[in-house]
Design a protein around this ligand. Structure first.
Ligand code: NAP
Length: 338
């Protein structure tokens, strides 16, 4: 079988299409014929050696994907041949709190990822996907989708009375917008592009602003909430945007620390965190039970993931470059098999 493997060193130039042995499922495992995968910013960092410079190579890349069950190991009763499922991103995390051991079972590093024609997973670590979704849309759910769900719902307990501030229009951010609207919350979105902001409004964003032309977007968010501040910020920028997020959030509100896209900050004043009882909540994707709950919400609410562009399997490196360019809106998908 064919797989995209990071081999011989880090860097996109070392991302190669390789011929590997087709795996067979052991007891309690299923084999998936992979249909589609999608990319996360994490996959770009991983390929460049910036996510974990000590990651062992070779590595089959990418964290998100969907496939059909095409072989089952001994003792597997919950899945039938032809079932369409997504592997959970953290394979060993079924419920409860994460642990170091559970987090060592993440796909696309440290474990092999989804950009292969066949992959074997524990039968208890895959989740059925809603029939209405295309393969490309289903392939976006395990990492970006579940991260947004965990932050807003599992940890954030979001309600329709809340206001959510979404930074940017990448994969996690657009899922945050869609999930927040599904729940009925008010959503504010920032972007570097007016054209992307128009697309965000078409998806239901209530208020939008260009963070390049208005760097003081924290003040803007506070004004839009009559000085109270937003209830929840999806912080994908990290240290480089946290100062504005702290300005935007209400007393006692939550900032979900999810990403590091905006680099570092020279000095950060953390006084507002304690003086205003602000909750800074780290989020690492999510557990299988949360993923199953998210799947049910998608079915009930007809959420359709936004796929910016789909690349053929052999053009995987171009797909990585497209994601790294930041020109996308939502998710970048890769078609593996028909
Ligand atoms: N903690 C977790 O479990 C988890 C899971 C998934 C992802 N992540 C992390 O979350 C972040 C987002 O991941 P992703 O896969 O959604 O990335 P992505 O799809 O590549 O998102 C890129 C977008 O982020 C926006 N952005 C970049 N710099 C920004 C800034 N300074 N302020 C506001 N927005 C900015 C841009 O939006 P515009 O073009 O609209 O400006 C850009 O297009 C990454 O750091 C990733 O590593 C974490």
């Amino acid at each position: 079988m064919k797989a995209f493997v990071l081999d011989g060193g880090f860097g996109l130039e070392n991302l190669k299409l390789r011929e590997l042995a087709t795996p067979a499922p052991g007891p309690g495992q299923v084999r998936l014929r992979m249909l589609a995968a999608s990319l996360n910013y994490r996959d770009v960092l991983m390929a460049r050696g910036l996510y974990n410079p000590r990651q062992r190579l070779p590595l089959v890349v990418a964290s998100d994907g969907v496939g059909t069950v095409d072989a089952v190991g001994e003792g597997v009763t919950q899945w039938r041949l032809g079932d369409r499922v997504c592997p959970n991103f953290v394979q060993g995390w079924v419920s409860g709190e994460p642990t170091r051991d559970k987090l060592r079972t993440s796909l696309g590093g440290p474990l092999d990822g989804t950009l292969a024609e066949y992959r074997v997973f524990d039968a208890s670590s895959v989740v059925a996907v809603p029939a209405a979704l295309t393969d490309e849309a289903a392939a976006t759910l395990p990492c970006a989708g579940l991260t947004a769900w965990s932050a807003l719902v599992t940890q954030g307990r979001l309600t329709a009375a809340d206001t959510v501030l979404v930074l940017g229009t990448g994969g996690v951010s657009i899922f945050t917008l869609q999930i927040a609207k599904l729940i009925g919350a008010r959503v504010l979105v920032t972007s570097s592009s007016d054209e992307k902001l128009a697309r965000a409004r078409a998806l239901g964003a209530d208020e939008t602003i260009n963070y390049r032309t208005v760097p003081e977007w924290g003040k803007w968010a506070k004004e839009l909430t009559a000085g109270r501040g937003v209830d929840h910020v999806m912080e994908v920028g990290g240290a480089g945007t946290l100062e504005q997020s702290l300005r935007a959030v209400r007393i006692g509100g939550t900032i979900s620390i999810v990403g590091v896209l905006a680099g570092s900050a020279p000095a950060l004043n953390l006084l507002p965190v304690l003086m205003q009882n602000i909750r800074l909540q780290g989020v690492i994707v999510g557990h299988r039970e949360g993923f199953e709950e998210f799947m049910r919400a998608i079915e009930h609410g007809s959420l359709t993931p936004v796929v910016d562009r789909t690349f053929p399997f052999e053009d995987t490196v171009a797909a990585f470059e497209h994601l790294a360019s930041g020109s996308h809106f939502g998710k970048v998908a890769i078609r593996i098999a028909n």
